[in-house]
Design a protein around this ligand. Structure first.
Ligand SMILES: NC(=O)c1ccc[n+]([C@@H]2O[C@H](COP(=O)([O-])OP(=O)(O)OC[C@H]3O[C@@H](n4cnc5c(N)ncnc54)[C@H](OP(=O)(O)O)[C@@H]3O)[C@@H](O)[C@H]2O)c1
Length: 314
């Protein structure tokens, strides 16, 4: 594993952060409880010290798996836990909830689920258009003063929203989507990194399509996030992703590596990224992704990939 300073927080985090949306158990492929908890253990075994979660990942279930696993291993203090507020999951739907009372309630529930008395990094998951920034971020600032959270950040905010949020609390971390398939946030990410924020990006594997496991359009269950959140699994993007995979396939064959490692390596060669979040629910996948840090893409491979990415993004 490789580690990097997380902005100005003083934290040193693994360059791969374990994503736990899938581990929560709603909207992704099904795995057993044992497999999910073993994936968390595998992450620690591989040197991952950074776990991303949220109460919205199946109404606290992902947090509970993390809490139980870390408690069992006695490893709470070895891990930087990032969890979130301002977004909840009710009856298969995601609902913004940025008010003071709801954030306070979410924070207490997260502490309980995670079996801890502090949260290392607390992120506002999405801005709530019905609540003022002063109230949402002011509440996070208050939680920091109370010692319930150590660092504050935001996810899915625009640059203007981060500037506004910064009036009420120091924003120390930014979590946007960023991958070979989505470069929309690059300008804001560079700006955030320049200002000393830790940058943790999500969707590193494009929700799984960059692993090469999907070569034909598939039908997912009604509430599956691959129908809704990531647009790559349907046309018009699906065919374009398949063109990009051809370039990844050639590198994978030449280097004898899985495609997932190319996606991880491509993301981490961007110096403005502190850690890339990859979601995985099994030991095999966690280990495979982490082994991506045992080798580096060569300059000519990056040039080749960037050419294909440019084509994809046109
Ligand atoms: N802040 C936000 O709004 C936000 C939004 C999205 C995601 N996130 C965070 O970022 C994390 C990562 O994003 P994501 O989980 O949406 O997408 P992702 O990491 O791009 O892809 C996850 C998918 O890839 C599969 N996978 C992982 N490693 C694999 C491998 N080596 N070979 C084959 N398949 C593999 C997973 O399968 P299995 O599930 O079957 O293991 C899952 O289907 C989330 O878990 C969450 O923590 C945050």
């Amino acid at each position: 594993m490789r580690y990097k300073k997380f902005g100005k927080t003083g934290l040193e985090v693994s360059q791969i952060c374990l994503g736990t949306w899938g581990i929560g158990g709603a909207g992704w492929d099904t795995h057993s409880d044992e497999e999910r908890m073993d994936a968390i253990k595998a992450a620690l075994d591989c040197g991952i010290n950074f776990i991303d979660t949220a109460p919205a990942y199946n109404a606290g279930k992902a947090e509970q798996y993390i809490g139980e696993t870390l408690h069992h291993l006695g490893a709470r203090k070895d891990v930087v836990i990032a969890t979130k507020c301002g977004n909840k999951y009710v009856d298969g739907k995601y609902i913004r909830c940025g008010s003071e009372s709801l954030i306070r309630r979410q924070c207490e529930e997260s502490l309980k689920n995670l079996q801890t008395d502090y949260i290392d990094l607390y992120l506002v998951h999405w801005p709530d258009p019905n609540v003022s920034m002063a109230e949402t971020i002011g509440t996070v600032a208050q939680l920091k003063k109370e010692g319930k959270i150590l660092h504050a950040g935001v996810s899915n905010f625009t640059k203007e929203q981060i500037e506004e949020a910064s009036k009420y609390c120091e924003i120390e971390a930014y979590q946007p989507q960023y991958s070979m398939l989505d470069g929309d946030n690059e300008e804001t990410i560079r700006w955030a990194a320049d200002r000393g924020m830790g940058v943790m990006t999500y969707g590193t594997l494009g929700g799984g399509i960059l692993t090469g496991d999907y070569r034909e359009i598939r039908t997912f269950g009604e509430t599956d996030n691959r129908n809704r959140f990531y647009p790559y699994f349907r046309e018009p993007l699906f065919s374009k992703v398949m063109e990009l995979l051809k370039v990844m396939d050639a590198i994978a064959a030449e280097r004898n590596v899985p495609l997932a490692q190319i996606a991880v390596n491509w993301t981490l060669q961007q110096e403005f990224i502190s850690s890339c979040i990859t979601g995985a629910q099994s030991r095999r996948k966690v280990e495979e992704n982490c082994a991506g840090l045992n080798w580096n893409l060569m300059d000519e491979e990056i040039i080749c990939l960037n050419k294909a990415i440019k084509c994809y993004r046109q």
